[in-house]
Design a protein around this ligand. Structure first.
Ligand code: CUA
Length: 325
């Protein structure tokens, strides 16, 4: 585990509530820490040079004639106008290139997770060492903390951009191309991410969450997620499952049942997720029913129609989905 970075700077500024959740200035992972370091070096360096230029400019305009004559000297113009910028920019280039290899990462990652940008949500697939899919989930990425994790970023539709500011910089998801991002969370925590490339009507409602768990908790979670969906424990849930099969199975999968649709999110363990509709709603029976009935009202233009179901049927489906822990 690493000591928190920039402790002096943080000590001088009050820390807002969102700092640990979504902030590039409060890194909680290797890559984000490197980017934050680089940002501070550039910001402080640029601020010093800017002040220097202002001082020279003021001297050149209002200084005594002798000083103004000195500043108009050829040596100053060549030195400060050409040699200095070339030296500074070269140094910055070398510094930033030295940082680039750490983005790709070396060695075998502790987990490999494929994330696909959909319109407008995130398809998340956990892969084994051979790249085979272990299970699929959506809009929530759980990773083991303290170890390198490889995120395989793809898209089959338009360009999205994957961004979790506390862990890493932005990386685009480009159709027909695979981008790989190595992240390593310092410790357990919940980080918010969002799509950072305009991708259509609901780009602004395309969030996700990365939950960094201790490796033991992560293994336990993986084991539970690989299980098929729970069997309904009472009549209401059985009715809900039956209604779900009629209305939803065309587009959604629930492992362990006949529902195997792939257009929408896999709902095998949807009840265990913290939010719905890519971070738009908290996840409970009421919001599940609200989303099914008012999907087009909440995220207009998304591929899921709003379903006009009788109230009992809607409630039964929502209860059933909520039971899928
Ligand atoms: Cu996906 Cu913006």
């Amino acid at each position: 585990m690493h000591a928190p970075r920039h402790s002096l700077l943080l000590a001088l500024s009050p820390q807002p509530a969102w700092a640990d959740v979504q902030s590039a200035l409060h890194p909680k992972g290797d890559i984000a820490a490197g980017i934050a370091d680089m940002s501070w070096v550039m910001f402080i360096g640029a601020a010093i040079i800017f002040l220097l230029v202002l001082v020279l400019l003021t001297a050149a305009m209002y200084g005594p004639p002798r000083l103004r004559g000195l500043l108009g000297h050829r040596g100053i113009i060549v030195g400060a106008g050409i040699a200095f910028p070339v030296a500074v920019l070269t140094a910055l280039l070398v510094y930033s290139l030295g940082f680039a290899p750490s983005l790709a990462g070396a060695g075998t990652p502790a987990a490999r997770i494929e994330v696909r940008g959909e319109m407008w949500w995130w398809r998340v697939r956990y892969l084994d060492h051979d790249g085979q899919v272990l299970f699929e989930t959506a809009n929530e990425i759980r990773i083991p903390s303290g170890v390198p994790v490889e995120l395989v970023l793809r898209s089959d539709n338009v360009i999205h951009s994957f961004w979790v500011p506390n862990l890493a910089g932005k990386l685009d998801m480009v159709p027909g191309h695979v981008n790989r991002l190595r992240v390593r969370a310092e410790g357990p925590g919940v980080f918010r991410g969002q799509c950072a490339e305009y991708c259509g009507a609901q780009h602004a409602k395309m969030m996700f969450e990365v939950q960094a768990l201790s490796p033991a908790d992560f293994e336990a979670w993986m084991t539970s997620q690989r299980q098929p969906a729970m069997e309904p424990s009472d009549d209401l849930l059985r009715v809900g499952r039956q209604q779900f099969m009629q209305a939803c199975a065309e587009c959604h999968a629930v492992r362990g049942t006949a529902a195997a649709g792939t257009r929408g999110p896999d709902l095998t363990h949807v009840g265990s997720r913290r939010s719905l509709a890519a971070g738009v709603l908290p996840n409970n029976v009421g919001t599940l029913a609200g989303w099914i009935a008012g999907s087009q009202h909440i995220k207009p233009g998304n591929p899921m129609p709003s379903f006009k179901l009788p109230a009992e049927g809607l409630r039964a489906i929502a209860q059933y989905l909520h039971s899928l822990q």
